[in-house]
Design a protein around this ligand. Structure first.
Ligand code: AMP
Length: 145
């Protein structure tokens, strides 16, 4: 299975926030949408960074409640790890494990934002793959009887 089929299943919607938004806005958005990260972009296409709940916790631990008034741009991660639609689920899993990240935005050939996959999407896709493999092997074994 690849990233394209994951996006076909879950949709290509990406929750985003602008660079100038406050951390308080970001926290409210994460809460309202029930998600763990926002892609930071001003035009919806080019990725300026990514902000996860971990960044919010880190900022509050370092700066106290005043952190919530800081801008998203001052707290986000700017070196964003991305993937493309043709990448396999296994490749994205490896990226997440090696880089210790739980969200990977999907970009097209021009680096434009086209979707996002979370660790939850990857686990779901991998379970599906394993279920298919298991069914195929069981069928094969029964045919041999
Ligand atoms: P997460 O595991 O996604 O909650 O994020 C953990 C840390 O990694 C946070 O500091 C995020 O800003 C950063 N992060 C999350 N996703 C990415 C990504 N795709 N590329 C680079 N950094 C990321």
């Amino acid at each position: 299975m690849n990233v394209r089929s994951m996006l076909d299943q879950k949709g290509a919607d990406v929750a985003t926030i602008g660079v100038g938004g406050s951390l308080s806005d970001a926290a409210a958005r994460l809460r309202d949408l029930g998600i763990g990260a926002l892609v930071v972009t001003d035009d919806g296409d080019s990725i300026a960074g990514i902000l996860s709940e971990r960044d919010v916790v880190r900022a509050v631990a370092s700066h106290g409640a005043s952190a919530l008034g800081r801008t998203v741009g001052s707290v986000m991660t700017t070196q964003v790890v991305t993937c493309v639609a043709a990448d396999t689920v296994e490749h994205v899993m490896t990226l997440m494990t090696d880089r210790r990240i739980r969200h990977v935005p999907v970009v097209d050939g021009e680096d434009r934002l086209r979707g996002i996959v979370s660790i939850g999407d990857v686990v779901k896709a991998r379970l599906q793959e394993l279920r298919f493999e298991n069914e195929a092997l069981t069928e094969y074994l029964h045919q041999g009887r």
